[in-house]
Design a protein around this ligand. Structure first.
Ligand code: SF4
Length: 104
């Protein structure tokens, strides 16, 4: 996933959390980035849109259970990474066919 505009310079200090000094959200209410279910997450996404350290932030938050990291909602990201219903149905069909082959 490429976030950074090639016209922008990456932060020079590459230590593990140094990127946080470049965060657009520094000084903003953290609750904005942890919206409750049904709350509008677009204001946070808008802040992230021009953030220089989106890639670092996304990586940092990839194991988090909630929140917006790198401009991506954990909920939306989780949904994207799950197989679609079509894929699950296809896998079930393949398992059934393989099971029938073994028994005949
Ligand atoms: S991408 Fe991460 S660091 Fe940047 S504004 Fe959004 S939440 Fe903050």
């Amino acid at each position: 996933m490429a976030f950074r505009d090639s016209s922008q310079n990456p932060p020079a200090d590459r230590s593990e959390t140094a990127w946080q000094a470049y965060a657009n959200c520094a000084g903003l209410d953290p609750a904005m980035f942890f919206p409750e279910r049904g709350e509008d997450h677009r204001p946070a996404i808008a802040v992230c849109a021009s953030c220089l350290v989106r890639a670092e932030c996304y990586e940092y938050g990839k194991d988090e259970q909630r929140g917006i990291w790198g401009g991506v909602s954990v909920y939306a990201d989780r949904r994207r990474s799950q197989p679609s219903r079509v894929h699950r149905a296809e896998r079930r069909r393949q398992r059934k066919a393989a099971s029938k082959d073994r028994t005949s």
